[in-house]
Design a protein around this ligand. Structure first.
Ligand code: PBG
Length: 329
């Protein structure tokens, strides 16, 4: 037989053939757009470390949600910056808290948008940790009830899905019990199941004003050296009642996404985090990378690894690039 016997290039000859045999696709419907709402603002304020991303005043965020929905982005993830903080993060579970008010205006303007809320204390505590302190230690069990209160108040305000990101042990079960006990048995939980302690959250902590005042998050977020442990975290969250699980960040953890995908049947979400976004924006602004092609390759890589949906700050840009015919097949 003449060499080469097989010619994979045969199926790469034209754009139509390449699309016919493509194994992975990316749709607008796969994307979830994170938004920051700041109770202290009257005008949107661009986030210095995240070009193109803004903190939104409560009464302006609905306009942005409508804009992105019209571009085809149907799901959003909300983060709140309150006008005051305390030791226990009590501004996070008020009926008129920043996220609760934002949900009301968003649902009024765009009822079909899927509103997911990040459930965590770090934006609401003076010390910036994701739970309450006992000395300098984050107290796991004392935090659970507070997270449950916050999740319940989000559900009451109209959140479609609550997403705990604190990494306390047992929080999914505590939140599930609180929701079920208050007639929110149908509100799903998307758990940040495998959330790593990561340098890639740097720009977010500026955006959300949530950097820890002392120490770091390594006593609750996962160690980047571990992957088997992610499978345990996922299994435990599912046992406690999580409906969907998340791996975060995405790019440095594609192996974890793949391993979780092979292990569980529930929907798997990956978070393409702030630092991953800022790297692309900085390199593109410096003329070092082609932004559209780079974003496409990153998001396809995350889907190929096994994610069903991706939380990404690029979402509205991707939708626009698709509409403008600038998104290559
Ligand atoms: C809150 C939270 C963080 C992110 C999502 N939820 C920050 C952190 O854990 O330090 C990071 C998101 C991003 O970097 O885009 N706990």
């Amino acid at each position: 037989m003449p060499f080469p016997a097989t010619r994979p290039r045969r199926l790469r000859a034209t754009p139509a053939l390449r699309t016919l045999v493509a194994e992975t696709s990316l749709r607008k419907a796969d994307l979830i757009y994170p938004l920051f709402i700041d109770a202290r603002l009257r005008q949107p304020a661009e986030i210095a470390a995240m070009p193109g991303q803004y903190r939104w005043p409560i009464d302006r965020v609905a306009g942005e949600v409508v804009r992105v929905r019209e571009a085809g982005i149907a799901a959003i993830l909300l983060f709140g910056l309150p006008d005051w903080k305390d030791a226990t993060g009590s501004s996070s579970w008020l009926d008129d808290g920043v996220v609760q008010q934002a949900i009301a205006t968003i649902k009024g303007a765009s009822p079909e948008t899927i509103v997911i809320t990040d459930v965590c204390l770090c934006e609401y505590t003076e010390h910036g940790h994701c739970g309450v302190l006992d000395g300098e230690r984050v107290h796991n069990d004392a935090t659970l009830e507070l997270l449950a209160r916050q999740a319940l108040s989000h559900a009451r305000a109209g959140a479609d899905i609550v997403a705990p990101s604190d990494m306390m042990d047992g929080r999914v079960g505590a939140i599930r019990a609180a929701l079920d006990g208050a007639d929110y048995a149908d509100t799903p939980i998307l758990s940040y199941a495998a959330k790593y302690s990561s340098a890639f959250y740097g720009p977010f902590r500026d955006a959300a004003d949530s950097a820890p005042a002392f120490g770091d998050r390594r006593s609750y977020q996962m160690d980047p050296r571990n992957a088997r442990e992610a499978l345990r975290e996922v299994a435990e969250d599912l046992a406690e009642g999580a409906d969907m699980v998340m791996v975060k960040p995405a790019l440095a953890y594609l192996d974890v996404i793949r391993r979780v995908r092979e292990r569980v049947e529930v929907p798997l979400v990956a978070y393409n985090v702030s630092g991953e976004y800022s790297m692309v924006k900085a390199a593109a602004a410096a003329g070092m990378l082609d932004e559209i092609a780079t974003v496409r390759e990153i998001l396809l890589g995350v889907k190929r690894a096994g994610a069903d949906a991706i939380i990404t700050y690029h979402a509205p840009d991707v939708a626009r690039w698709m509409d403008e015919g600038r998104w290559p097949d």
